[in-house]
Design a protein around this ligand. Structure first.
Ligand code: NAD
Length: 565
């Protein structure tokens, strides 16, 4: 009997024991099954574990205490990352119990910002295999490689080609830290079963010379493949994945724009997939802006919006806000796009600029003269909202932020670039320079700011608010595709979950500690959209919310019995 069958057995019948075929050290070396010191005396006898673990039978809670004691002893964040990774690779139940109970403290370790530094050093801190690597050398073999993955049920694949990791650029095969981290958040925040997740790194080479010169780099040793070869490999991956796991949801993660948009556009209508940098970010920022509108008592259709940065995040966000404005006001999308001004490294994105535009920017190109700096664009546009997605730290200067006060009593400024060092400004700067008038959110977390006795709590436009719920919902109802309507619904649902108390503190997002409830609520809303639009692949449950909650993973140890061989 394969492990997946044993895990399914557990999912479907929570109270019954789980039959296992493996014995002895094989169980201890299988992180999905391992309980370490928590195996009962009966289990130790039945599963040939006597003598292989210390005599005391320990409860999960005591194991958590031991882990935290060791974790807290580490002062360096990279050491914390390595410690948690080792735990993940040793005992997944314990790892998720610890992660879920310490989510606020540990999310910045297992995901941004520390995961970024971990990716940079991936070849140097590598300890143990996790997930799958598909390289150019595997062309023609991907389907048979997928048989090497022992789980017959995979619900979610997160795949990256490592070409644009967070704001850190091309990290080649080192980018594997991102799919692993993202799927850890899927489990902790969205309740996807760990055994049903698969992180994949698509290694098509790297143009990062430093990595190619590094003797400990673990990827293939060549420059990135040309487009024809690249897209062939992507296509082979998609076909092989669907053949092996027909119901799988594919999440595209951290691809450069020149590939992110074409890949999404090629597969989005026929394959259950989405790109979190484009669509997930769009929904989380739209939700924050809706929170801002609630604070100001205004409408999105009355805003003028500047994006500093015109990459996948900017266009994904702008497209989602356009959909929101169309929905809210009945305006056409062409009219709604006129409320946006995008700036890239050349300046204002205009129709007749000095260089040909990437296709994703064209719908937002203005019929205006080129302005090559942010301050002059602000003076010309008189914006009410400024969104930073440029990956350029400290570019929202005191002058820029004060200028925003000329055009709105409560300007909305979202400095979304990651990691923290790339944030366009800090929360403290934004509150201080506007004397607390700004409605601020950031991509990386900032501490609350005290200003003249008042506390301001900056919201974090964390994609984690959206993607676990959307992925969970789309996967549970076996939707045939993930639509813009699902992301729009997710954004609205999230915005409605912000309490009046939270708004009063200046924060436009709910408390991340409620992530499980948030994900369940978003998944429920997404499933409803799937049924309304005829995209669901299951029979409609009587109570969708209960259906979702019942299907969510909880980190508890099942009781094991020896399966008859
Ligand atoms: P990207 O590389 O696709 O786009 C970056 C854009 O910034 C490009 O249009 C580029 O021309 C522009 N740019 C670069 N230098 C500039 C300059 N000096 N002045 C003006 N524009 C400049 O990257 P992306 O995926 O769009 O991500 C951008 C940033 O947004 C990253 O730091 C990423 O971490 C962050 N992000 C945040 C969230 C979130 O907070 N939820 C989600 C996704 C991305």
């Amino acid at each position: 009997m394969s492990i997946v069958k044993r895990r399914r057995y557990q999912i479907e019948s929570k109270d019954e024991p789980l039959q296992v075929v493996v014995r002895g050290t094989d169980i201890l070396n299988e992180p999905l099954l391992n309980k370490g010191t928590a195996f009962s005396l009966e289990e130790r006898d039945e599963l040939e574990l006597r003598g292989l673990v210390p005599p005391k039978v320990v409860e999960l809670e005591e194991q958590v205490t031991r882990v935290l004691e060791n974790y807290k002893r580490k002062t360096d964040t990279m050491e914390k990352f390595i410690f948690l990774t080792s735990l993940h690779d040793r005992n997944e139940t314990l790892y998720y119990k610890v992660l879920m109970e310490n989510l606020m403290e540990m999310t910045p370790i297992v995901y941004t910002p520390v995961v970024g530094a971990a990716c940079q050093q991936f070849g140097h801190i590598y300890r143990k295999n996790r997930g799958m690597y598909i390289s150019l050398h595997d062309k023609g073999h991907i389907r048979e490689m997928f048989d090497n993955w022992k789980q017959d049920e995979v619900d979610i694949i997160v795949i990256s080609d490592g070409s644009r990791i967070l704001g850190l650029g091309d990290l080649g095969a080192n980018g594997m830290g991102i799919p692993i981290g993202k799927l850890a958040l899927y489990v902790a925040g969205g309740g996807i079963f760990p055994c049903k997740t698969l992180p994949i790194l698509l290694d098509t080479g790297t143009n990062n010379q430093e990595l190619l010169d590094d003797p400990l780099y673990l990827g293939i040793h060549q420059k990135r493949a040309e487009d024809d070869e690249y897209y062939e490999l992507v296509d082979e991956f998609v076909k092989a994945a669907l053949d092996r796991w027909p119901k799988v949801l594919i999440q595209w993660e951290d691809f450069t724009n020149n590939h992110a948009f074409p890949i999404l556009n090629k597969y989005r209508d026929d394959v259950l997939c989405f790109n979190d940098d484009i669509q997930g970010t769009g929904a989380v920022v739209l939700s924050g802006l809706l929170g801002g509108m609630r604070m100001k008592g205004e409408k999105l259709a009355d805003q003028r919006i500047i994006f500093y940065g015109a990459g996948s995040a900017a266009v994904g966000i702008a497209d989602t806000i356009v959909a929101g404005i169309v929905e809210e006001s009945g305006m056409s999308d062409v009219e709604a796009r006129k409320l946006f001004w995008l700036i890239d490294s050349q300046g204002l994105v205009v129709k007749n600029g000095p260089r040909p535009l990437h296709v994703h920017k064209i719908p937002y190109a203005r019929d205006e003269a080129l302005i090559d700096n942010l301050m002059d664009v602000i003076k010309s546009v008189k914006p009410t909202i400024l969104v930073g997605v440029s990956g350029q730290g400290q570019t929202f200067t005191e002058e820029i932020i004060k200028e925003m006060l000329e055009y709105a009593k409560q300007p909305i400024i979202f400095a979304l670039s990651n990691p923290t060092t790339k944030s366009e400004c800090t929360a403290e700067q934004a509150y201080k320079w506007t004397k607390g008038k700004v409605i601020f959110a950031s991509g990386s977390p900032f501490d609350p700011v005290r200003l003249k006795g008042k506390i301001y709590v900056p919201g974090q436009g964390n994609n984690m608010f959206i993607f676990p719920g959307v992925g969970l919902g789309a996967s549970l109802c076996q939707a045939s595709k993930v639509t813009d309507a699902m992301f729009y619904t997710a954004a609205m649902t999230l915005a409605e979950m912000v309490t009046e108390e939270e708004l009063a503190l200046g924060t436009v997002y709910p408390d991340l500690r409620k992530i499980r409830k948030i994900s369940a609520t978003i998944a429920t809303a997404v499933i409803k959209v799937a049924f309304e639009s005829g995209l669901a692949g299951i029979e409609e449950p009587e109570d969708i919310r209960k259906f979702v909650k019942d299907k969510m993973y909880q980190p508890t140890y099942p009781r094991y019995v020896a399966a008859t061989l």
